[in-house]
Write a protein that binds this ligand. Structure first.
Ligand code: BGC
Length: 320
């Protein structure tokens, strides 16, 4: 049998057909375009899943179920996404809607970061760790807490929303309505926003930055790579953006470690492609601030191993 694993992001819908060995045998993606509302997103999701199944030359009879890792409060008992801040879901019966479009196949849902955290705990860098926490840095900042193999998400599925702890009172506006959330600084979107502010400040002060050339003067071309690439090219303003980004990331990580002291804290998302360029300064800042001191065993802070596949695999095992 095969399983359809869907990783629904604020930017892309990534789908994998997964076999019994939890290997992705076929993969595809399509833009989410959240502004168009919930139903078209689910319709595209179903169409892509069916296309991938057809391209594999198998029939839907060989698919056991679909699992969806979605941002927001995913009630896995009812299949309803009760709320999401980056996708227009409010009491949205995602499982029923998708099931109807997938020939009545069962559909299971879970919060995306919870699913990724579980996948990392099963088969990634947190394998064997009794207690792990994962953060995902994408359109939003997701959090997943795994205790002895079980995801902890509070009594109402709305827990472990680590992206919505405030790290700057009255700070940047978050899409959840609060100000100063960790997500508003340390998600990929947060990094783009910091980059934009620094470019605008440089313009106002008549300073030059290589980032202007990189984006061709068009602020909509800013990506999470812009500042890191500028920093590597020796650009002073790019370096300031990276330093600021890493300080906020470290601040949130220290908060998480001080509360949970997990064996492993894993970090996922495209920003991790920076490798040591991100991790070295990040770890310096984190260890300078965490409550634990020499002599106390330390949390291992690691780049997630399953990378972009964690959400798909985490979703594909939801019905197990
Ligand atoms: C949402 C979370 C989600 C995360 C990653 C946040 O904005 O609140 O539910 O896990 O983004 O998608």
């Amino acid at each position: 049998m095969y399983y359809i694993g869907v990783d629904l992001g604020g930017t892309n819908i990534a789908i994998g057909i997964v076999n019994e060995q939890y290997e992705i045998v076929k993969k595809g993606s399509t833009p989410t375009k959240p502004e168009r509302g919930a139903d078209p997103i689910i319709e595209d999701m179903a169409a892509l899943a069916k296309k991938l199944v057809a391209e594999m030359g198998i029939s839907m009879d060989e698919v056991a179920y679909a699992g969806v890792a979605t941002p927001g409060t995913a009630n896995s008992d009812t299949g309803v996404v009760e709320y999401a801040n980056n996708i227009p879901f409010l009491q949205y019966p995602l499982a029923d809607k998708l099931s109807a479009l997938l020939d009545g196949k069962p559909v299971y849902i879970e919060n995306d970061a919870n699913a990724a955290a579980k996948a990392e705990a099963m088969a990634g860098v947190a394998a064997g760790a009794p207690f792990s926490v994962m953060i995902t840095l994408g359109t939003g900042l997701g959090g997943g807490i795994v205790i002895d193999g079980k995801v902890y998400s509070g009594f109402n599925y709305a827990g472990a929303e680590l992206g919505h702890i405030v790290i700057e009172k009255d700070g940047r506006q978050c899409s959840c309505g609060r100000k100063g959330c960790w997500e508003a600084y340390s998600s990929a979107t947060g990094l783009c926003n910091i980059t934009k502010d620094y470019i605008l400040k440089a313009r106002a002060e008549g300073k030059t930055t290589v980032m202007e050339e990189m984006i061709g003067g068009d602020l909509s071309k800013i990506s999470a790579r812009t500042a890191f690439n500028a920093q590597k090219a020796g650009d002073e303003i790019g370096k300031q953006v990276v330093d600021e980004y890493i300080s906020y990331l470290a601040c949130g990580i220290v908060n998480v470690i001080n509360i949970f002291q997990p064996n492993v804290l894993s970090i996922g998302g495209g920003v991790c492609n920076e490798g040591d360029n991100l991790m070295k300064p990040l770890l310096e800042k984190v260890w300078a601030e965490t409550y634990s001191r020499e002599g106390t065993p330390r949390t291992e802070i690691l780049i997630a191993k399953l990378g972009n596949d964690a959400g798909i695999i985490g979703a594909a095992v939801l019905g197990k």
